[in-house]
Design a protein around this ligand. Sequence first.
Ligand SMILES: [Zn+2]
Length: 299
Amino acid sequence: MTNLTRFERGLGLDSTCSICRQGEEDIIHVLRDCKFAKEVWSKIPGGAAVSRSINGEFQSWIISNLTRKSQVTPNWSITFAFTLDSIWYRRNKLIFQNSILSVDQVVGEIRARVNSFVAATLTGAACMRTPLFSSDHWKRPPERFIKLNGDGAVTKDGYGSCGGVVRDSEGRFIIAFSKSLGRCSIIQSELWALLLGLRLIQNHHLGGQISIESDSKEAVKLIEEGCNRGHPCYDLVKSINDLTLHFSFFSFSHIAREANLVVDKLARLRSRLEENMKIFHSPPNFILSLLVADNAVLS
Ligand SMILES: [Zn+2]
């Protein structure tokens, strides 16, 4: 319920917007006219027109956008709907949890949600916010996509390592890595796997359309939803989200451990004494059978 509605019903004393403190907070203010909302719209591809269209009733504004055809953003109605939802979610987080998300965090979240939605639609999977979909065997990414699988591991005495593999839409091996991490938590090792894998893809110019999979539901959730500065994974999550902005298309999905066996093996490879990242430009023998097994299941 907006502050204006609360005020009108005698439930609140102040109808002013809690975000900008400039004007009454009705629904169209929160979603479109508030300074914060305008900044978000200005950073969404195709969104500049939205914040410029100041006139109009709420309902006609919604309908015209859901039916709008955009050259810049072919999936405009999806982008529009996710943007509304993320702005509203951010407003509620501020009011009910006193937690502040920046414009860039909200924009990053919207991008991730749109990409996940479109990628999941492309692969014919059912679509939910998180987890996107689970599968008990590995699946090839859609045509023109590459797929990064990442995994982390931590020994009983607290030393972490991680690994990742990148494959194309034919299931062909492109590159893999393994790295020891020093002391870290299991969730940090899972996030390191994705961050290092994405860096590898970027540094080697392997492609711009990436499907990213982890068997850690928590890691996917943290990336999708973000975390506050006090969280021990904040820096890792931020680095991953910043890096994804360099790719034209990406999606994060959670998969079953059984679908992630290749990287499970890579993650456990490094002993704690070996500090350098080991990069494989051709498939090492110890994962060959697992790579073949992944490809044997028709996806
Ligand atoms: Zn406002």
